[in-house]
Ligand binder design. Structure first.
Ligand code: FES
Length: 126
């Protein structure tokens, strides 16, 4: 059995939403101290809806695939919905990750939450 699903390989080879948003409304950066991977998420939010999202991930293939999938899942969604995104949902959308790679999807959940917290903080709503 292949270790990684076709969906993981697709998002790893052709990651969606890679890049930076200048003047983003929220930015979140997280890292995993054990593997040393770093993920940064940029959000553009208009009227409570995520109108654009980009990521920069310095990390493993699963972290890149998780960032790509997670950004696709929150694009065009209300901030409340993005806040509720779990790593489990990201891993499921990727058709699974090997157990020792599940923490890569946790990084995506955490980076999005941190970017949203930054957004709320800037608006004085934290
Ligand atoms: Fe740490 Fe993938 S090995 S994020």
């Amino acid at each position: 059995m292949a270790l990684y699903s076709e969906t993981v390989m697709d998002h790893f080879r052709n990651p969606r939403n890679v890049g930076v948003i200048e003047n983003a409304d929220g930015v979140g950066e997280v890292g995993n101290a054990v593997c040393g991977d770093i993920m940064k998420i940029y959000l553009k939010i208009d009227g409570g809806v995520i109108s654009d999202v980009k990521f920069e991930t310095f990390g493993c293939g699963s972290a890149i695939a998780s960032s790509s999938m997670a950004t696709e899942m929150i694009k065009g969604k209300p901030v409340e919905e993005a806040m509720a995104l779990t790593n489990r949902a990201v891993a499921e959308a990727l058709e699974g990750l090997p157990p020792h790679k599940l923490h890569c999807s946790v990084l995506a959940e955490e980076a999005i939450k941190k970017a949203l917290e930054d957004y709320y903080q800037r608006r004085g709503q934290s």
